[in-house]
Design a protein around this ligand. Sequence first.
Ligand code: BES
Ligand code: MN
Ligand code: ZN
Length: 495
Amino acid sequence: MEFSIKQSSPEKLKSACLVVGVFEGGKLSPAAQVLDKAAEHALSDVIARGDMSGKATSTLLLHKLPGIAAERVLLVGLGKASELNNKTSLDIIDATFKALHATPAKDAALYITDEGVGKDAAWVIKQAVLSAAEHAFRADSMKSKPSKAATLKNITFASLEKPSTALKNTLEQAAAISRGMGLTKALANLPGNICTPTYLAANALALDKAHKSIKTTVLEEKDMQKLGMGSFLSVTRGSEQPAKLITMEYSGADKKQKPIVLVGKGITFDTGGISLKPGADMDEMKYDMCGAASVFGVMQAIAEMGLKLNVVGIIPTCENMPSGKATKPGDIVTSMSGQTIEILNTDAEGRLILCDALTYAAKFNPDTVIDIATLTGACVIALGHVASGMFSNEVKLAQELIAAGEQTHDRVWQMPLWEDYQPLLDSNFADMANIGGRAGGTITAACFLARFTKDYRWAHLDIAGTANLSGKNKGATGRPVPLLTQYLINRTAAK
Ligand code: BES
Ligand code: MN
Ligand code: ZN
């Protein structure tokens, strides 16, 4: 999909479909007023006859209006200006692209930035780009007859006023974020028999090849052995697929600048291991690499943007399988940090691969480390599918992540890392157990990770409820790529 931005008078703009807004009660947005005048009041007539109420998310497609160069005009209801908030704005944008994609139009010009669709033009453009891409996304590449690609290919954000350079920059960034989300979703939706650790490693090497600014290295099991990653290696023991530790280094700033490190959980399939999961919906455990997939999406997006920062993406990736060789409940392993772990449940494997990757992350002398993981089912119970769980050992970092989440509507909710929870991880035989019981399951998982991240500023995102949808709409969401890229963009602005 191609996006552009320009100033133009709506009646003269040649397009397969123009989009303009109408407020509840029939008041026309500025661009709609211009069109109405040029088209002998065709718009106000339609409203007077009651075909368009202006209710938020309502749409009406008009054809061949007199005096208007565009083939179609799509009226979009904006609701009451006083009732507009982020949620209604997003619903309006979503309804707009749903209606546009239902037409045969190959291109569209939207007058939605200077007239009350959302809080400001930059916000509207960003969300519109993501919505356009979401509606064009197809998840059926593996069907023998995949559905047709979306016909809508070119989107113009048109305005009566001249767009600023900052707004053009925002559009470029939004397009890069949408492509990053596309990569994240495509990887995440792949089944476990195709998207193996080896497949992810090949993908990381492909990103290296495509971008001069990205350097990828892949460590093999024997390398991890040398590093003492006994915890990570204990998870892959039952699998026939070799584990990989992928590192992608993006250099966008001076070498001396400390990098921000992103660590993504890359379990390409989680059976639970010997602590086997129940059968129902187990297929969804192919999504247990969504943290890793989001790191891929972010790395690609920032490389396309040429963001002036150094960022390292680290992906520990393997399968969690039962077998005669698999790790058993009660087994004790030694992590790279030297701390020993009693594995009481082999299904709590995410923290076991992450703890070694987090110890490894310190080698990069990081400014900040953020890990992203589909870590606990308990997080889905706590926050549902709306907010990602967020933990941090620093107040400022937590605030920055909350802000970036609000900005992009890819929101997080902070949960406590209080010492009071730590005793739940006590083990009679090792330095710690890998589970803390049913109570506060999301928190004790984070507390486990906190024992490995004491030397740097750190945040943990539990995306178990937000990375993918279940049931009829099963599929990856591309979250938290918007949140993370916005956080990184904000970090460059702060410098
Ligand atoms: N990958 C799962 C967490 C998960 C569950 C993500 C459901 C998305 C949906 C993780 O490895 C896991 O199995 N966690 C266990 C931890 C428990 C054994 C302490 C869980 O949540 O049940
Ligand atoms: Mn598990
Ligand atoms: Zn898992």
